[in-house]
Structure formats: structure tokens, C-alpha cells
Ligand binder design. Structure first.
Ligand SMILES: NC(=O)c1ccc[n+]([C@@H]2O[C@H](COP(=O)([O-])OP(=O)(O)OC[C@H]3O[C@@H](n4cnc5c(N)ncnc54)[C@H](O)[C@@H]3O)[C@@H](O)[C@H]2O)c1
Length: 260
């Protein structure tokens, strides 16, 4: 099935030079949407956008910059408006996963995680919401939460807080922006094989697949397909929800060894 309401729409996707963000941009360009592909790494953003432009019919333009910075966010939204005239979709996908012992976690590391994961998503959504309201015909936002925002994990207190907050952010915005025809949902990926996660751990695939009832790790396309659905007309009555894309990981409870 092809989703409707994507062709000729304009999307901003952040942190999209690789991984899940790139997969979202790819599916959007295939669907005929205009895409502003952001990454903090200029070379990566340029290469990724060029690649998608060459492979698919969609209009994909790079915008490099750190989207934890509200000034960069404003410039990026201005750029999207200048190039494509309007904004219909936004996925604040850029996020930092900083592992660290809670007892030793520093204020500087804490600020780093909050700045990108929360400040970035909050002010991008705010600026885009203003444009969507002025355009007068609604819009769609998808927040990038995580399985780590649903259940607790060692070494991830700060990151987990931000990902749980993004679910609540989607709920709040759904409530505030629903009157303008704007829907705001979230996706919560489980262990997903991206360039970063593969680099972080040898045999990432084999290690994390064991946790999932379906016996495999996630692919960026798994998350991207869910995002595309939430951006499409077919999802117009879904608002304020978080969809886990985790092969069933979140459903599984653990028994102590002696009960098995
Ligand atoms: N991969 C997973 O297993 C997984 C699971 C749950 C949630 N997530 C979330 O999905 C999102 C994407 O994760 P991923 O693993 O695909 O990507 P990633 O962590 O590899 O990052 C993707 C891109 O973001 C860019 N980036 C980093 N900081 C940036 C900034 N300040 N401004 C703009 N771009 C920046 C990087 O250069 C990189 O190319 C993140 O929010 C992450 O928390 C990922």
C-alpha cells in the first residue's frame, strides 16, 4: 500500500546524514515529498542529500548545522520556506545517546544531552507550529523517542529522561495543536542497527536480537515506515500516541533465573 498525502509536501528531518533519519528522508523522497535533510556534519548532509536526489525523484536539499541551537533551527526553517514555500512535516530526529554512570554524570554531559534531545526538539516544533498555523491547513510532527524512554536501563538515566519526555511532549502538543489540524505523535525504536550502534558494539546484531521476541534487531527502515504512516493522510485521526518499533522488546517481562 502506498500512503497518501505525502507527494509535493515539504518535510524537515534532522540528524539525517545516516541511520534512521536518512531512512525517513529516503522514503519521503520516494513518495515525492520535498525534503530538507539536516546533519551537523556538512559533508555527510551534502552527500546524503545528493545521493537521494540522484536515486529518487524527490527534491532533497541538505542543511548542515547543530539543531540543538535555536538560531540554527530558525535558519533551517527559513531555508525550507525559501526553497519550498511551506512546511508540512517535521521529524526532530537528531539525538545524542550519552552512556554514563549516574553517580559520576557531570552537569556538562547532562546539558549536552538536554540541549539536543529536548531543547532542539522543543524549539523546532515551536517554530514549525507557528508556520503551520499561519499556513492554515494543518501539519504533522513525529518525535523520536526510544524504548529507553519506556523502560529503565543502566548508564542511560539522562538519555532515558529525554526520551520519556519526548513522549509526553507529543501528548502535550497533540492537545495544544489539535485545533489547528496538526497531529503530533512519537515513535519509540528498540535496538536498531545503524552506523552508530554497529560501531558502538561488536556483534551488535547478534547481541541485541536475543532481546526481541521476533529474534532480530530493528532496521532504520522499520522506524522510517512507521514515521511515514504517521505523516500520511491515513494517520490523520492518530494524535498524541507513541508507537514502539522494537520487535516486541517492550512487551517482554523477565523472570529470575530460578523460575526458568
Ligand atoms: N539506533 C537506535 O538503536 C535507536 C534506538 C532508539 C532511539 N533512537 C533515536 O533515533 C534517533 C536517530 O538515531 P540513529 O542511531 O539513527 O542516529 P545517530 O545517533 O547515528 O545520528 C544520526 C546523525 O545525527 C547527526 N547529529 C548528531 N548531532 C547532531 C546535531 N546536534 N545536529 C544535527 N545533527 C546531528 C550525526 O552526525 C549523525 O549523522 C536519535 O534520536 C536516537 O536517540 C535510536
Amino acid at each position: 500500500m502506498q500512503y497518501s498525502g505525502l507527494k509535493n509536501k515539504t518535510a524537515i528531518i534532522t540528524g539525517a546524514g545516516t541511520g534512521i533519519g536518512y531512512a525517513i528522508c529516503e522514503l519521503l523522497t520516494i513518495a515525492g515529498a520535498n525534503v530538507v535533510l539536516n546533519d551537523v556534519d556538512k559533508e555527510l548532509a551534502t552527500k546524503a542529500a545528493k545521493n537521494l536526489d540522484a536515486q529518487h525523484s524527490g527534491n532533497c536539499l541538505p542543511f548542515d548545522g547543530d539543531v540543538g541551537d535555536v538560531h540554527i533551527i530558525d535558519k533551517m526553517v527559513d531555508f525550507a520556506l525559501e526553497k519550498f514555500g511551506r512546511i508540512d512535516f517535521v521529524v526532530p530526529n537528531a539525538g545524542i545517546t550519552l552512556f554514563g554512570n549516574f553517580l559520576e554524570f557531570t552537569p556538562a554531559s547532562f546539558q549536552e544531552v538536554m540541549r539536543l534531545n529536548l531543547q532542539g526538539a522543543f524549539f523546532l516544533a515551536q517554530r514549525v507550529a507557528k508556520e503551520m498555523i499561519a499556513q492554515g491547513d494543518g501539519g504533522r510532527m513525529v518525535m523520536m523517542s526510544s524504548q529507553v524512554g519506556i523502560r529503565a536501563y543502566q548508564q542511560l538515566a539522562a538519555y532515558g529522561m529525554t526520551k520519556a519526555a519526548l513522549r509526553m511532549f507529543a501528548q502535550n502538543l497533540a492537545f495544544e495543536l489539535g485545533q489547528y489540524g496538526i497531529t503530533v505523535n512519537a515513535v519509540a525504536p528498540g535496538a536498531t542497527l545503524t552506523e552508530r550502534t554497529e560501531e558502538e558494539q561488536p556483534d551488535y546484531k547478534g547481541t541485541w536480537a536475543k532481546l526481541n521476541p521476533n529474534g532480530r534487531v530493528g532496521k532504520p527502515e522499520d522506524v522510517a515506515k512507521t514515521c511515514l504512516f504517521l505523516l500520511s493522510d491515513e494517520a490523520s485521526h492518530i494524535n498524541g500516541q507513541t508507537i514502539p518499533v522494537d520487535g516486541g522488546w517492550t512487551t517482554a517481562g523477565k523472570y529470575p533465573e530460578d523460575l526458568l
